[in-house]
Design a protein around this ligand. Structure first.
Ligand code: ATP
Ligand code: MG
Length: 359
Protein backbone atom coordinates (compact mmCIF):
# COMPACT_ATOMS: atom_id res chain seq x y z
CA UNK A 1 0.00 0.00 0.00
CA UNK A 2 1.52 3.28 -1.09
CA UNK A 3 0.71 6.74 -2.26
CA UNK A 4 3.06 8.54 -4.63
CA UNK A 5 3.52 12.25 -4.93
CA UNK A 6 5.41 14.33 -7.47
CA UNK A 7 6.14 17.89 -6.42
CA UNK A 8 7.37 20.40 -9.01
CA UNK A 9 9.12 17.63 -10.88
CA UNK A 10 11.19 18.64 -13.88
CA UNK A 11 13.09 16.40 -16.25
CA UNK A 12 15.80 17.65 -18.56
CA UNK A 13 17.64 14.99 -20.53
CA UNK A 14 21.40 15.15 -21.14
CA UNK A 15 20.80 16.74 -24.53
CA UNK A 16 19.39 19.78 -22.71
CA UNK A 17 15.78 19.17 -23.73
CA UNK A 18 13.22 19.58 -20.95
CA UNK A 19 10.47 17.01 -21.44
CA UNK A 20 8.64 17.42 -18.11
CA UNK A 21 8.08 21.00 -17.11
CA UNK A 22 6.68 21.30 -13.58
CA UNK A 23 4.70 18.23 -12.70
CA UNK A 24 2.54 18.11 -9.60
CA UNK A 25 0.63 14.91 -9.08
CA UNK A 26 -0.78 12.77 -6.30
CA UNK A 27 -1.27 9.08 -7.04
CA UNK A 28 -3.58 7.85 -4.28
CA UNK A 29 -2.83 4.72 -2.29
CA UNK A 30 -4.51 1.69 -3.84
CA UNK A 31 -5.57 3.56 -6.97
CA UNK A 32 -5.37 2.32 -10.53
CA UNK A 33 -3.85 5.45 -12.00
CA UNK A 34 -3.41 5.61 -15.77
CA UNK A 35 -1.03 8.05 -17.46
CA UNK A 36 -2.34 8.62 -20.96
CA UNK A 37 -1.43 10.96 -23.79
CA UNK A 38 0.00 11.06 -27.29
CA UNK A 39 3.38 9.63 -28.24
CA UNK A 40 6.29 11.62 -26.84
CA UNK A 41 4.29 13.46 -24.14
CA UNK A 42 6.49 12.10 -21.33
CA UNK A 43 4.59 9.11 -19.93
CA UNK A 44 7.49 6.66 -19.90
CA UNK A 45 9.82 9.34 -18.57
CA UNK A 46 7.45 9.96 -15.66
CA UNK A 47 7.14 6.24 -14.90
CA UNK A 48 10.89 5.74 -15.04
CA UNK A 49 11.43 8.61 -12.62
CA UNK A 50 9.00 6.96 -10.19
CA UNK A 51 10.85 3.66 -10.60
CA UNK A 52 14.21 5.34 -10.07
CA UNK A 53 15.48 4.39 -13.53
CA UNK A 54 15.68 8.02 -14.57
CA UNK A 55 17.15 10.86 -12.55
CA UNK A 56 14.83 13.69 -11.47
CA UNK A 57 16.32 17.03 -12.55
CA UNK A 58 14.37 19.18 -10.09
CA UNK A 59 11.58 18.65 -7.59
CA UNK A 60 10.65 15.82 -5.25
CA UNK A 61 9.30 12.32 -5.55
CA UNK A 62 7.62 11.02 -2.39
CA UNK A 63 6.38 7.53 -1.66
CA UNK A 64 4.27 7.33 1.48
CA UNK A 65 5.52 10.80 2.30
CA UNK A 66 9.20 9.86 2.17
CA UNK A 67 11.48 11.54 -0.37
CA UNK A 68 12.73 8.94 -2.81
CA UNK A 69 14.86 10.93 -5.28
CA UNK A 70 18.10 9.39 -4.07
CA UNK A 71 16.85 5.91 -3.18
CA UNK A 72 18.10 3.07 -5.39
CA UNK A 73 15.49 1.49 -7.69
CA UNK A 74 15.99 -1.84 -5.91
CA UNK A 75 15.15 -0.29 -2.55
CA UNK A 76 11.89 1.36 -3.61
CA UNK A 77 9.78 -1.79 -3.38
CA UNK A 78 8.39 -1.15 -6.82
CA UNK A 79 7.82 -3.64 -9.62
CA UNK A 80 7.76 -2.63 -13.26
CA UNK A 81 6.36 -4.45 -16.28
CA UNK A 82 7.43 -3.18 -19.67
CA UNK A 83 5.94 -3.52 -23.12
CA UNK A 84 8.83 -5.78 -24.06
CA UNK A 85 8.96 -8.01 -21.02
CA UNK A 86 11.96 -10.26 -21.57
CA UNK A 87 11.35 -13.75 -20.19
CA UNK A 88 14.26 -16.16 -19.81
CA UNK A 89 13.72 -18.47 -22.79
CA UNK A 90 15.50 -21.51 -21.34
CA UNK A 91 13.60 -21.42 -18.04
CA UNK A 92 10.11 -22.74 -17.46
CA UNK A 93 7.27 -20.47 -16.43
CA UNK A 94 7.91 -21.53 -12.83
CA UNK A 95 11.60 -20.74 -13.20
CA UNK A 96 10.86 -17.31 -14.62
CA UNK A 97 8.50 -16.44 -11.78
CA UNK A 98 10.82 -17.86 -9.13
CA UNK A 99 14.04 -16.25 -10.34
CA UNK A 100 13.62 -12.88 -8.62
CA UNK A 101 12.57 -14.58 -5.38
CA UNK A 102 15.71 -16.71 -5.30
CA UNK A 103 17.76 -13.57 -5.85
CA UNK A 104 15.90 -11.92 -2.98
CA UNK A 105 16.71 -15.00 -0.82
CA UNK A 106 13.08 -15.85 -0.17
CA UNK A 107 12.96 -19.35 1.45
CA UNK A 108 11.83 -22.23 -0.75
CA UNK A 109 8.56 -22.91 1.02
CA UNK A 110 7.50 -19.27 0.78
CA UNK A 111 8.58 -19.17 -2.88
CA UNK A 112 6.35 -22.11 -3.69
CA UNK A 113 3.44 -20.63 -1.82
CA UNK A 114 3.70 -17.37 -3.75
CA UNK A 115 4.18 -19.06 -7.13
CA UNK A 116 1.12 -21.19 -6.51
CA UNK A 117 -0.95 -18.18 -5.42
CA UNK A 118 0.04 -15.77 -8.18
CA UNK A 119 0.03 -18.28 -11.00
CA UNK A 120 -3.56 -19.03 -10.01
CA UNK A 121 -4.41 -15.33 -9.97
CA UNK A 122 -3.15 -14.83 -13.52
CA UNK A 123 -4.48 -18.18 -14.73
CA UNK A 124 -1.17 -19.91 -15.37
CA UNK A 125 -1.36 -22.89 -13.01
CA UNK A 126 -1.51 -25.37 -15.89
CA UNK A 127 1.44 -23.81 -17.68
CA UNK A 128 4.07 -23.74 -14.95
CA UNK A 129 6.24 -26.40 -16.58
CA UNK A 130 6.20 -24.93 -20.07
CA UNK A 131 8.88 -22.81 -21.70
CA UNK A 132 7.95 -19.27 -22.87
CA UNK A 133 8.21 -20.39 -26.52
CA UNK A 134 5.32 -22.80 -25.85
CA UNK A 135 2.99 -19.99 -24.72
CA UNK A 136 0.78 -17.49 -26.54
CA UNK A 137 1.55 -13.78 -26.38
CA UNK A 138 -1.09 -13.22 -23.72
CA UNK A 139 0.17 -16.09 -21.59
CA UNK A 140 3.72 -14.70 -21.77
CA UNK A 141 2.37 -11.35 -20.73
CA UNK A 142 0.79 -13.00 -17.71
CA UNK A 143 4.10 -14.61 -16.78
CA UNK A 144 5.65 -11.14 -16.80
CA UNK A 145 2.84 -9.91 -14.52
CA UNK A 146 3.15 -12.87 -12.13
CA UNK A 147 6.92 -12.45 -12.03
CA UNK A 148 6.46 -8.86 -10.90
CA UNK A 149 3.66 -9.63 -8.45
CA UNK A 150 5.37 -12.41 -6.51
CA UNK A 151 7.81 -9.87 -5.13
CA UNK A 152 4.92 -8.22 -3.25
CA UNK A 153 5.74 -4.74 -4.51
CA UNK A 154 4.14 -1.75 -2.82
CA UNK A 155 3.66 -0.19 -6.22
CA UNK A 156 3.14 -1.81 -9.57
CA UNK A 157 4.29 0.19 -12.62
CA UNK A 158 3.28 -0.89 -16.12
CA UNK A 159 4.36 0.67 -19.39
CA UNK A 160 2.05 -0.29 -22.27
CA UNK A 161 2.06 -3.93 -21.15
CA UNK A 162 -0.71 -4.94 -23.56
CA UNK A 163 0.46 -3.29 -26.75
CA UNK A 164 1.88 -6.51 -28.24
CA UNK A 165 -1.41 -8.36 -27.94
CA UNK A 166 -4.23 -8.64 -30.46
CA UNK A 167 -7.44 -6.71 -29.88
CA UNK A 168 -9.41 -9.59 -28.37
CA UNK A 169 -6.68 -10.62 -25.95
CA UNK A 170 -6.09 -6.99 -25.02
CA UNK A 171 -9.75 -6.61 -24.08
CA UNK A 172 -9.56 -9.82 -22.02
CA UNK A 173 -6.37 -8.71 -20.26
CA UNK A 174 -7.98 -5.36 -19.46
CA UNK A 175 -10.72 -7.17 -17.57
CA UNK A 176 -8.14 -9.38 -15.86
CA UNK A 177 -6.09 -6.38 -14.76
CA UNK A 178 -9.15 -4.71 -13.27
CA UNK A 179 -9.93 -7.89 -11.32
CA UNK A 180 -6.30 -8.25 -10.29
CA UNK A 181 -6.16 -4.71 -9.00
CA UNK A 182 -9.34 -5.23 -6.99
CA UNK A 183 -7.94 -8.42 -5.49
CA UNK A 184 -4.48 -7.09 -4.62
CA UNK A 185 -5.39 -3.54 -3.63
CA UNK A 186 -1.86 -2.48 -4.64
CA UNK A 187 -1.26 0.93 -6.20
CA UNK A 188 -1.09 0.49 -9.98
CA UNK A 189 0.45 3.10 -12.25
CA UNK A 190 -0.22 2.23 -15.85
CA UNK A 191 1.01 3.97 -19.00
CA UNK A 192 -0.82 3.82 -22.31
CA UNK A 193 -1.56 6.00 -25.32
CA UNK A 194 -4.87 4.16 -25.73
CA UNK A 195 -7.76 6.14 -24.30
CA UNK A 196 -10.02 3.06 -24.23
CA UNK A 197 -7.60 1.33 -21.87
CA UNK A 198 -7.44 4.45 -19.75
CA UNK A 199 -11.21 4.89 -19.57
CA UNK A 200 -11.97 1.25 -18.86
CA UNK A 201 -9.37 0.48 -16.19
CA UNK A 202 -8.46 3.65 -14.37
CA UNK A 203 -9.78 4.89 -11.07
CA UNK A 204 -7.81 8.03 -11.90
CA UNK A 205 -6.70 9.27 -15.32
CA UNK A 206 -3.74 11.60 -15.74
CA UNK A 207 -3.99 13.03 -19.24
CA UNK A 208 -0.72 14.50 -20.48
CA UNK A 209 0.36 16.48 -23.51
CA UNK A 210 3.81 17.88 -24.28
CA UNK A 211 5.14 17.18 -20.79
CA UNK A 212 2.24 18.85 -19.00
CA UNK A 213 -0.73 17.41 -17.16
CA UNK A 214 -3.86 18.57 -18.95
CA UNK A 215 -6.24 17.09 -16.42
CA UNK A 216 -6.09 14.51 -13.62
CA UNK A 217 -9.45 13.13 -12.51
CA UNK A 218 -11.76 10.13 -12.48
CA UNK A 219 -12.60 8.77 -15.95
CA UNK A 220 -16.17 10.05 -15.99
CA UNK A 221 -15.06 13.53 -14.97
CA UNK A 222 -12.49 13.55 -17.77
CA UNK A 223 -15.16 12.43 -20.21
CA UNK A 224 -18.07 14.54 -19.01
CA UNK A 225 -16.26 17.57 -17.72
CA UNK A 226 -13.06 18.04 -19.78
CA UNK A 227 -10.88 20.96 -18.69
CA UNK A 228 -9.92 22.03 -22.19
CA UNK A 229 -10.28 21.32 -25.89
CA UNK A 230 -7.33 18.93 -25.93
CA UNK A 231 -8.83 16.70 -23.23
CA UNK A 232 -12.27 16.91 -24.85
CA UNK A 233 -10.89 15.70 -28.17
CA UNK A 234 -8.52 13.08 -26.73
CA UNK A 235 -11.18 11.03 -24.97
CA UNK A 236 -14.18 9.50 -26.75
CA UNK A 237 -14.72 7.47 -29.94
CA UNK A 238 -15.24 9.06 -32.41
CA UNK A 239 -13.70 12.23 -31.03
CA UNK A 240 -15.75 15.21 -29.99
CA UNK A 241 -16.85 17.49 -32.85
CA UNK A 242 -15.39 20.96 -32.29
CA UNK A 243 -15.96 23.99 -34.54
CA UNK A 244 -15.15 27.66 -34.43
CA UNK A 245 -18.10 29.47 -32.96
CA UNK A 246 -18.10 31.90 -35.87
CA UNK A 247 -18.72 29.08 -38.35
CA UNK A 248 -21.84 27.81 -36.56
CA UNK A 249 -25.38 29.22 -36.46
CA UNK A 250 -25.56 32.10 -33.98
CA UNK A 251 -26.67 30.69 -30.64
CA UNK A 252 -26.08 33.88 -28.65
CA UNK A 253 -22.98 32.76 -26.76
CA UNK A 254 -20.85 35.34 -24.98
CA UNK A 255 -17.75 36.74 -26.67
CA UNK A 256 -15.53 34.54 -24.46
CA UNK A 257 -16.58 31.52 -26.49
CA UNK A 258 -14.27 30.74 -29.41
CA UNK A 259 -15.01 27.04 -29.92
CA UNK A 260 -18.13 24.92 -29.61
CA UNK A 261 -18.09 21.13 -29.32
CA UNK A 262 -20.44 18.20 -28.93
CA UNK A 263 -20.07 14.45 -28.55
CA UNK A 264 -21.09 12.31 -31.54
CA UNK A 265 -23.61 10.53 -29.31
CA UNK A 266 -25.36 13.85 -28.61
CA UNK A 267 -26.23 14.71 -32.22
CA UNK A 268 -29.73 13.36 -32.86
CA UNK A 269 -32.02 13.34 -35.87
CA UNK A 270 -34.22 16.43 -35.69
CA UNK A 271 -36.56 14.98 -38.31
CA UNK A 272 -37.38 11.33 -38.93
CA UNK A 273 -35.59 9.77 -41.90
CA UNK A 274 -36.13 6.50 -43.69
CA UNK A 275 -33.67 3.72 -42.92
CA UNK A 276 -33.61 -0.04 -42.75
CA UNK A 277 -33.16 -2.66 -40.06
CA UNK A 278 -30.48 -5.36 -40.42
CA UNK A 279 -33.14 -7.77 -41.74
CA UNK A 280 -33.87 -5.35 -44.62
CA UNK A 281 -37.18 -4.09 -43.25
CA UNK A 282 -37.69 -0.35 -43.94
CA UNK A 283 -38.41 1.90 -40.98
CA UNK A 284 -38.29 5.53 -39.89
CA UNK A 285 -35.73 6.61 -37.28
CA UNK A 286 -36.72 8.31 -34.06
CA UNK A 287 -36.49 12.09 -34.01
CA UNK A 288 -35.87 14.63 -31.28
CA UNK A 289 -37.82 17.87 -31.36
CA UNK A 290 -35.39 20.80 -31.07
CA UNK A 291 -35.94 23.47 -28.45
CA UNK A 292 -35.12 27.16 -28.64
CA UNK A 293 -31.33 27.57 -28.30
CA UNK A 294 -30.37 24.08 -29.49
CA UNK A 295 -27.84 23.65 -32.29
CA UNK A 296 -29.75 22.58 -35.41
CA UNK A 297 -28.19 21.98 -38.83
CA UNK A 298 -28.61 20.10 -42.06
CA UNK A 299 -26.18 17.68 -43.66
CA UNK A 300 -25.66 14.80 -46.04
CA UNK A 301 -24.52 11.40 -44.86
CA UNK A 302 -21.08 10.72 -46.34
CA UNK A 303 -19.79 7.70 -44.41
CA UNK A 304 -21.52 4.99 -42.44
CA UNK A 305 -19.84 2.41 -40.18
CA UNK A 306 -22.08 -0.29 -38.75
CA UNK A 307 -20.65 -1.43 -35.42
CA UNK A 308 -23.56 -3.59 -34.29
CA UNK A 309 -26.22 -1.96 -32.14
CA UNK A 310 -24.35 1.30 -32.71
CA UNK A 311 -23.87 3.04 -36.08
CA UNK A 312 -21.28 5.77 -36.65
CA UNK A 313 -21.93 8.32 -39.38
CA UNK A 314 -20.13 11.25 -40.87
CA UNK A 315 -22.28 13.98 -42.30
CA UNK A 316 -21.09 16.80 -44.55
CA UNK A 317 -22.47 20.11 -43.34
CA UNK A 318 -22.04 23.77 -44.23
CA UNK A 319 -19.37 24.13 -41.53
CA UNK A 320 -17.45 20.86 -41.91
CA UNK A 321 -17.74 17.14 -41.25
CA UNK A 322 -19.75 16.07 -38.22
CA UNK A 323 -19.48 12.61 -36.62
CA UNK A 324 -22.56 11.26 -34.95
CA UNK A 325 -23.79 7.92 -33.77
CA UNK A 326 -27.10 6.24 -33.28
CA UNK A 327 -28.09 3.34 -31.03
CA UNK A 328 -30.66 0.73 -32.00
CA UNK A 329 -31.92 2.86 -34.87
CA UNK A 330 -32.53 1.80 -38.50
CA UNK A 331 -29.50 2.28 -40.79
CA UNK A 332 -29.66 5.36 -42.96
CA UNK A 333 -28.00 5.21 -46.38
CA UNK A 334 -25.04 7.28 -47.54
CA UNK A 335 -26.31 10.26 -49.54
CA UNK A 336 -29.40 10.78 -47.37
CA UNK A 337 -30.17 14.39 -46.39
CA UNK A 338 -30.59 14.70 -42.63
CA UNK A 339 -31.42 17.38 -40.11
CA UNK A 340 -29.51 17.05 -36.86
CA UNK A 341 -29.87 18.65 -33.49
CA UNK A 342 -27.75 18.96 -30.35
CA UNK A 343 -29.40 19.93 -27.08
CA UNK A 344 -27.92 23.19 -25.83
CA UNK A 345 -26.96 21.56 -22.52
CA UNK A 346 -24.81 19.05 -24.44
CA UNK A 347 -22.63 21.73 -26.03
CA UNK A 348 -19.08 22.22 -24.72
CA UNK A 349 -17.71 25.74 -24.92
CA UNK A 350 -14.04 26.73 -25.07
CA UNK A 351 -12.29 30.10 -25.03
CA UNK A 352 -9.66 31.28 -27.49
CA UNK A 353 -7.04 29.81 -25.08
CA UNK A 354 -8.87 26.48 -25.57
CA UNK A 355 -9.79 26.28 -21.87
CA UNK A 356 -13.33 25.27 -21.05
CA UNK A 357 -15.80 28.11 -20.60
CA UNK A 358 -18.79 27.18 -18.51
CA UNK A 359 -21.75 29.28 -19.67
N1 ATP B 1 17.20 9.37 -23.12
C1 ATP B 1 16.61 10.41 -23.72
N2 ATP B 1 17.33 11.48 -24.11
C2 ATP B 1 16.74 12.54 -24.70
N3 ATP B 1 15.43 12.63 -24.93
C3 ATP B 1 14.65 11.60 -24.57
C4 ATP B 1 15.19 10.43 -23.95
N4 ATP B 1 14.18 9.58 -23.69
C5 ATP B 1 13.06 10.18 -24.14
N5 ATP B 1 13.33 11.39 -24.67
C6 ATP B 1 12.36 12.37 -25.23
O1 ATP B 1 11.47 12.74 -24.19
C7 ATP B 1 10.15 12.91 -24.70
C8 ATP B 1 9.21 12.04 -23.89
O2 ATP B 1 9.52 10.67 -24.12
P1 ATP B 1 8.72 9.49 -23.44
O3 ATP B 1 9.40 8.24 -23.81
O4 ATP B 1 8.58 9.79 -21.99
O5 ATP B 1 7.30 9.63 -24.15
P2 ATP B 1 6.03 8.69 -24.06
O6 ATP B 1 4.90 9.57 -23.65
O7 ATP B 1 6.31 7.49 -23.26
O8 ATP B 1 5.80 8.30 -25.62
P3 ATP B 1 5.33 6.90 -26.29
O9 ATP B 1 3.83 6.88 -26.19
O10 ATP B 1 5.77 7.08 -27.71
O11 ATP B 1 6.01 5.78 -25.58
C9 ATP B 1 10.21 12.55 -26.17
O12 ATP B 1 10.27 13.74 -26.90
C10 ATP B 1 11.50 11.75 -26.29
O13 ATP B 1 12.07 11.92 -27.57
MG1 MG C 1 6.48 5.45 -23.69
Amino acid sequence: MSSIELRHVKKTYDNGVTVIEDMNLVIPDGSFTVLVGPSGCGKTTTLRMIAGLEEITEGDLLIDGVRMNDVDPGDRNIAMVFQNYALYPTMTVRGNIEFGLINAKVPKEERERRIEYFSRIVGLTEYLDRKPSQLSGGQRQRVALARAMVKHPKVFLMDEPLSNLDAKLRAQMRTELIALHQRLGTTFVYVTHDQTEAMSMATKIVLMNEGKIQQAAEPLTIYGDPANKFVAQFIGVPTMNVFERASLPDLGFSDDVAWVGFRPSRALFAEKVLGSHPNGEKAMTDAYVPKQGDLVFGGTIAIREIMGSEIIYQAETGFGNVSFKTFNQPQVDVGTQVKLCVDRSSLYLFGSDEKRVVA
